[in-house]
Write a protein of this length. Structure first.
Lengths: 327, 268
């Protein structure tokens, strides 16, 4: 349906060849703030080299902040290990880069001064020229941070995250406010980071971004993990009936019909039907049989549309279920 | 993996060297940044200079009270006034802004040591203090016709370097306690009364007796008395009687900052 060229998913797990342990290990992380807000609930996650993992969440507040993974405000319960070290120790921070969702850095310093400052924190920083190139800052390196546009400021923050040539990179909403070209550019850079052996953990609320970038998506609702897997797995997760095994022939059928929901559900292959003012959305495991029956039953049917399940459907299904079982 | 003690100390030394270079770089860029922020630089330097010009030079043209040269006497007060401002606004309001913007969180996620960062901020406040004091002295000599010998000048500069520290601690405590939107207002509400009641504008002996007694609680009073001592003027008590006031104040402020910081960690 979309013309977006999909990033090819690796046939095997990217860490299959690596005998070493995970780059980042979150073990049963629970984070409850003093005001009672439960930001994370029993999150366990292991991420390896060259992996891009996206955390997809329902509202701003309940998505895990990199700071909770980073141990700045340490988790209420559970342990976090980054390259084997506690994130509060300098040893862990020397190997990580962080990009937070805040557009404000000191305004009266030039871009190159910001980058020089951050490069100086690390024993083996990335080459200055390389950082400029990856973040696309060659044209504005002499400009004051305060004079930059929002998108340019984001790219500088991205550069600061890369300054130390880290093994693990946290990106919090990396393409917020970007136009389509800038977003695609950023995605390409993130993919090349993973290709170079780095690990990327990103939080996003752009489903397309998680779909395009991530090897694995973790869907979080109210702090709990409600879905985890490759983008394909997540998409089929949302549209399957509880108890049914994962099926590859799943399709979403949309049409305008006067058929009542009850008879729609009895059509062969249909496992879910939603009726929205005569605009019907069916989920079917046998789309061809369903279509034959549907077209035979209703001669006045129109606006027919058949597509593969999208991440959006899965996401809405996973995060709107009241009693979604934790995975 | 057991590492020989030699390699272990080599690691510590290289980490220390890196921390040192981080500190130097942070201090340099903090100073440059503040200097480039015209609104800050002009007001932090301009405020005490303009006050001194009006109250120390213009209103007391060549005035003497007894053997005391009024412009030289007031130099002490306004030098302290200047350095307190540099610390309170440079560090206090600056840190509050960085905290509110989330910048501090990013810095803390990086391998930068917080101590290097705080020391760097303190050093740039000291640099501004030295600039202010030097400008005041220059005006005093050229316009006020005061005579200043080198030891007096050096003592003033040395006191500036040390005297900024307790007010830097106060700035840090303020930044952690006060929300950013009210930080400049609160800074002024602390800065101006503390300066007046410490005898920085009007010499302490001309203030009402009650205020004179109260002044012993104020670090501005203690620092200005020490500054007067360095200029050779008699003040209440010797230097040693004023150090505890400054040190105690600094420790109280550090304690407040530590408590506020812990509270912030729990709620962030």
């Amino acid at each position: 349906m979309t013309a977006v060229p999909k990033y090819p998913e690796p046939a095997t797990s990217p860490i299959a060849a690596e005998p070493v342990g995970a780059v980042a290990l979150l073990n049963n992380i629970t984070k409850r703030y003093a005001n009672g807000v439960l930001a994370l609930d029993s999150l366990s996650l292991a991420i390896g080299r060259s992996e891009i993992v996206a955390l997809l969440g329902r509202t701003e507040r309940v998505r895990p902040q990199p700071s909770s993974c980073h141990g700045l405000s340490s988790p209420t319960v559970g342990t976090v290990r980054i390259v084997g070290a506690d994130p509060r120790q300098t040893a862990a921070r020397l190997r990580t880069g962080v990009m937070l969702q805040m557009g404000k850095a000191p305004e009266m310093l030039r871009v190159r001064e910001h980058i020089e400052l951050f490069r100086g924190y690390y024993p083996n920083p990335m080459l200055y020229r390389d950082i400029l190139e990856v973040a696309g800052l060659e044209a504005i390196e002499a400009r004051m941070f305060g004079q930059l546009s929002d998108g340019q400021k984001q790219r500088v923050l991205f550069a600061l995250a890369l300054a130390g040539d880290p093994d693990l990179i946290f990106l919090d909403e990396p393409t917020v406010g970007f136009d389509i070209h800038a977003r695609r550019g950023m995605w390409a850079q993130i993919r090349s980071l993973a290709a170079r052996g780095k690990t990327v953990l990103l939080t996003t609320h752009y489903l397309e971004e998680a779909d395009a970038l991530a090897h694995r998506i973790i869907v979080i609702n109210k702090g709990r993990v409600v879905g985890a897997g490759t983008p394909t797995e997540i998409k089929s997760l949302g549209s399957r009936a509880p108890g049914a095994s994962a099926s590859h022939g799943l399709k979403i059928i949309r049409c305008a019909t006067t058929l009542p929901t009850l008879s729609l559900l009895s059509i062969p292959g249909v496992i879910r039907a939603q009726n929205n003012d005569n605009l019907v959305t069916l989920t079917s495991t046998q789309p061809e049989s369903t279509l034959r029956e549907l077209l035979a039953l209703d001669q006045t049917l129109h606006s027919l549309e058949v597509r593969s399940p999208a991440l959006e459907d899965a996401f809405l299904a996973l995060t709107s279920q009241r009693q979604s079982p934790p995975l | 993996m057991s590492s020989a003690p030699i390699t272990q100390s080599a690691i510590y030394i290289s980490a220390f060297k890196r921390d040192l270079s981080i500190f130097l770089r942070e201090a340099r860029y903090e100073f440059i940044r503040l200097l480039r922020t015209r609104s800050f630089a002009l007001s932090i330097i301009g405020f005490p200079v303009v006050f001194y010009i009006f109250f120390g030079l213009v209103m007391n043209r060549g005035g003497h009270i007894g053997s005391i040269s009024v412009p030289k006497y007031m130099l002490a007060g306004y030098a302290v006034f200047g350095m307190v401002g540099a610390a309170l606004f440079g560090i206090g309001v600056g840190l509050a802004g960085e905290l509110a913007a989330g910048w501090l969180e990013l810095k803390r996620a990086s391998p930068m040591s917080p101590l290097a960062y705080l020391l760097a901020k303190c050093c740039s406040a000291i640099a501004f203090g030295i600039i202010i004091v030097s400008i005041l002295i220059f005006l005093g000599i050229t316009v006020g016709h005061i005579s200043l010998i080198l030891p007096e000048y050096l003592r003033m500069i040395a006191l500036t370097v040390v005297g900024v520290v307790p007010f830097a601690c106060m700035g840090m405590a303020m930044a952690l306690v006060v929300p950013f939107s009210s930080a400049p207002g609160i800074a002024n509400m602390i800065y101006l009364p503390m300066s007046f009641c410490g005898g920085l504008w009007i010499p302490i002996m001309f203030l009402p007796r009650l205020l004179q007694k109260f002044a012993a609680l104020l670090p501005t009073y203690h620092l200005s008395q020490m500054m007067l001592n360095s200029l050779g003027y008699a003040s209440t008590g010797s230097n040693t009687s004023h150090w505890p006031g400054l040190v105690g104040f600094a420790l109280i402020m550090l304690g407040i900052a530590a408590i506020a910081f812990r509270r912030l960690e729990q709620t962030s």
